[in-house]
Design a protein around this ligand. Structure first.
Ligand SMILES: [Zn+2]
Length: 498
């Protein structure tokens, strides 16, 4: 039987619509467009975690199995990739970036994508934190939040924007990223992404949280969590509830322990809360009623508490048992907050590099008791809490492999400290991978269509130069991506490697 691509595309579409997507799982009568064989595949599918080979038709995976099984899908029309025992993982999904904003405004002279792995410089960090702190205080004095104050973005002319964004996307493909979550999306950027998609020129999947100042516009235009498709998907809005830990502006339940910055000398200073409980309740209820998924920047334990209260309030008034709201960063927690995160089914969206950026001063700023619950990643996992992983690019390095190494070692570029910072909170490579594949897909309600190498899902796949599940964790960041595939299309390939 000869089956062409359009036949398959149509058949798959019908299969999806009828919910019978596993139709091809054991059907060896069909031809694959592409097969990858002889690999070491980590699938992120807990029912079938490891495989050797995968068969693809059009943009979807039609079978996963042993090389022998997958070879039955090969005909003269099939492209064959011999993986030569290379490690294969699902495409990386960075659950927290400002990539689109950064890419569009980055001139060719600047290169934010290449990691610059500098050693920690205390003075430079405090200098930067001082000015960030002044900014946070200024925004608070204006009675606003950083999300509300950002001016609308002016796009450079369309061709310049397009060139810059495509260059940025190419850099992401080189790092194995196939989905990018944009936190605080601007309206103009959204329109620009749609225009690229219209031209069929978008080859990275974009998950958008709009800046919260756009909420009225979203309501007026009827945009909500169900708007969009697998390329440009609207999730909801991003709120901003407190400052950062570095400049000591994140909102705490008890005062800071140190006095590094002048504002910490104000009597009763516990950080900056941009959304008091009333504002948080009001704004979050509004987003809930508008059918928008909610992501809120929360770093200090006071901010986490206020936002959990607001989530609980909105969800008790208008229940949604499958809301998948997130706490972005969720840096300083406590046993009670971890318990509430679990009970409310809130997703901590944690950042690969924050612990190793902040570890030099956390104990000084918070004292040892609170430090135990700052970036407590393994504790979150022990509590069966689903977490997603993200970079917060351009605040931090975007490379997911760099990020995985940070999460697994909790060491800086100089392998400091020797056993990792609070080594009990190091997580396994597989858990780190899950956070940036299937868990991110869950966070965007797409765990049935992507996030793992599984029959019926989009063929978003990455091939690595080394086996990150089997090499010393300190070598993960130096591992290279040798092939990236988005929806069955190879978007990056190192010819010498595959
Ligand atoms: Zn961010």
């Amino acid at each position: 039987m000869i089956c062409n691509k359009s036949f398959f595309s149509t058949f798959f579409l019908l299969s999806f619509l009828s919910g019978s997507i596993t139709l091809f799982a054991d059907d060896t009568a069909f031809t694959a467009d592409l097969v990858m064989i002889n690999g070491k595949i980590w699938t992120a599918d807990s029912s079938n975690p490891y495989a050797e080979a995968v068969a693809i038709v059009a943009d979807k995976i039609i079978a996963v199995g042993t090389t022998d099984e997958i070879e039955t899908y090969i005909t003269e029309h099939t492209k064959i990739i011999d993986l030569k025992k290379k490690r294969v993982v699902p495409g990386f999904q960075d659950s927290h970036t400002h990539f689109i904003d950064e890419a569009i405004k980055t001139t060719p002279l600047k290169d934010p994508y290449t990691p610059k792995f500098k050693a920690y410089n205390r003075l430079a960090f405090e200098f930067g934190s001082f000015f960030t702190g002044l900014l946070h205080i200024g925004v608070k004095m204006l009675g606003s939040t950083p999300m509300d104050l950002l001016p609308p973005q002016q796009l450079p002319n369309e061709s310049t924007s397009e060139l810059r964004l495509k260059r940025g996307i190419h850099e992401l493909h080189k790092m194995g990223i196939t989905t990018v979550f944009e936190l605080g999306t601007d309206w103009e950027h959204y329109q620009f992404l749609l225009s690229l998609q219209d031209k069929n020129e978008l080859d990275i999947r974009c998950e958008l949280y709009f800046a919260s100042r756009l909420i009225d516009k979203l309501i007026q235009t009827g945009i909500n969590r169900h708007t969009g498709d697998e390329w440009v998907r609207v999730l909801g809005v991003k709120f901003y509830s407190d400052g950062w830990l570095g400049p000591r502006t994140c909102a705490l339940r008890e005062s800071y322990q140190d006095k590094t910055f002048i504002w910490q000398k104000c009597p009763g200073y516990t950080g900056i809360l941009y959304m008091d409980q009333n504002k948080a309740n009001r704004d979050i209820l509004k987003a809930r009623l508008a059918g928008l998924k909610i992501a809120t920047h929360t770093i200090g334990d006071r901010a986490v508490e206020v936002i959990l209260n607001a989530y609980e309030n909105a969800l008790s008034l208008y229940p949604d048992s499958d809301h998948r709201y997130t706490l972005e960063h969720a840096s300083v927690l406590g046993p009670d907050l971890i318990e509430r995160i679990k009970m409310l089914h809130v997703i901590p969206s944690i950042q690969f590099s924050f612990a190793t950026t902040d570890m030099y001063f956390v104990e000084n700023a918070l004292g040892s008791e609170r430090t135990k619950y700052t970036y407590p990643w393994q504790t979150l996992l022990d509590n069966d809490i689903i977490c997603t992983g993200g970079s917060d690019f351009p605040v931090e390095v975007i490379s997911p492999l760099w990020g995985i190494q940070r999460m697994v070692t909790r060491q800086d570029v100089n392998a400091f400290p020797e056993d990792g910072w609070h080594p009990e909170e190091r997580i396994s490579v597989e858990d780190a991978l899950r956070m940036i594949t299937i868990n991110s897909a869950y966070s965007s309600f797409e765990e049935d269509t992507k996030g793992s190498i599984e029959t019926g899902k989009f063929a978003d796949i990455v091939v690595l130069s080394r086996d990150i599940l089997d090499i010393p964790p300190t070598e993960i960041a130096a591992t290279e991506v040798v092939l990236t595939m988005v929806g069955g299309k190879i978007v990056y390939e190192r010819a010498d490697q595959v």
